[in-house]
Design a protein around this ligand. Structure first.
Ligand SMILES: [Zn+2]
Length: 99
């Protein structure tokens, strides 16, 4: 009796893994055709760098015009006003500046 149960369980697992591999194959083929949209959203070379700044690593220290905090241009939030680029420590400061 116990052997039978094990046989059924093993059979179920085999079927499950089969279904899984088939589903994985189908989804792979599907996403392969559509070209993985979320990963190609940014620049193809560097998807992690948020906004275009030439010197990404390290960066330059800029003063937040709203709260006076110094932040690195690599991590700062950029804002444009009057043809100039401003750097902010947070989106809150940027919103305050624009308001
Ligand atoms: Zn700030």
């Amino acid at each position: 009796m116990l052997v039978r149960v094990i046989e059924i369980l093993v059979g179920l697992m085999v079927v499950l893994s089969l279904v899984r591999s088939v589903v994985g194959f189908i989804t792979k083929a599907y996403t392969g055709q559509s070209g993985t949209a979320p990963q190609r959203a940014g620049n193809s070379s560097r998807p992690q760098s948020s906004s275009a700044s030439s010197s990404t690593s390290g960066g330059e220290l800029k003063k937040d015009p709203v709260c006076g905090t110094f932040i690195s241009t690599a991590t700062a939030f950029q804002g444009y006003a009057g043809g100039q680029t401003y750097y902010f420590c947070s989106t809150e400061c940027r919103d305050k500046f624009k308001a």
